[in-house]
Design a protein around this ligand. Structure first.
Ligand code: B16
Ligand code: MG
Length: 214
């Protein structure tokens, strides 16, 4: 049975995944590295340094830690500019309704995000108070596909992993959920998100009945 649902943020509750892509693409262009939307699929759920190193490797570049730090700062400044206009209107349809249903059934709501900007984003979306626990990149050492952020969320919710469902748009995130011993629900393309028990095109397609039956 399901006692908690732990949501990923970027690409599940709101469309920030596209802004991460724009910001990485701008940086890659500047470095003369070809970076496509297909490449970006590999970076969803991957933390900032891991993402930068993936792009640098694609371009055959190895940089000093100081250079890496400067580029991460540059990407993040651009990303923050892009998400500066976020309001509750940027919540994906169906999120509020699903949260209401979960609460009504006494199912806890958690967040497990690889983003260091997660607190800012949920605040802007107006949903910060809806979470029983928020776990983000500021609190963990190991990025998805490591299960750490999901396990931290479960611990914070005081629910054993086997009673948790994780919801993710990223391949790395689905792997993290499975490695945490939770049940994985994917948001996106079923061909990409192999490893998920079920894949929905968007959060609004998830029904409480189906969550309770996984
Ligand atoms: P930041 P999520 C992840 O968030 C994104 O999917 C990923 O593309 C991004 O690189 C990562 O956060 C780090 O974000 O630079 O803001 O710390 O999907 O796990 O909510
Ligand atoms: Mg995501």
């Amino acid at each position: 049975s399901c006692r908690a649902v732990i949501f990923d943020l970027d690409g599940v509750l709101t469309d920030t995944a596209i802004y991460h892509f724009y910001a990485w693409k701008a940086l890659a262009d500047e470095l003369g590295i070809n970076f496509t939307e297909h490449d970006n699929e590999q970076l969803k759920g991957v933390d900032r340094l891991g993402s930068l190193r993936w792009i640098l490797q694609k371009g055959g570049l190895t940089l000093s830690e100081a250079e890496e730090a400067r580029l991460m700062q540059q990407k993040n400044a651009h990303y923050l500019e892009l998400i500066d206009h976020i309001t509750p209107d940027n919540l994906y349809p169906g999120v509020t309704a699903l949260f209401t249903q979960l609460k009504r059934h006494g199912i806890k709501i958690g967040l497990a995000s690889a983003s260091k900007n997660a607190a800012f984003v949920v605040e802007r979306l107006g949903i910060a108070a809806q979470f029983d626990y928020i776990a983000d990149a500021n609190q963990v050492l190991n990025s998805k596909p490591d299960p750490e952020v999901f396990l931290l969320a479960a611990k914070g919710l005081a629910v054993a992993p086997q009673y948790c469902i994780g919801v993710e748009d990223a391949l790395a995130g689905i792997e993290a959920i499975n490695r945490a011993g939770m049940k994985a629900i994917g948001i996106g393309d079923a061909k990409v998100l192999s490893g998920a028990i079920r894949v929905y095109p968007a959060v609004k397609a998830i029904t409480l009945e189906e969550l309770l039956s996984v």
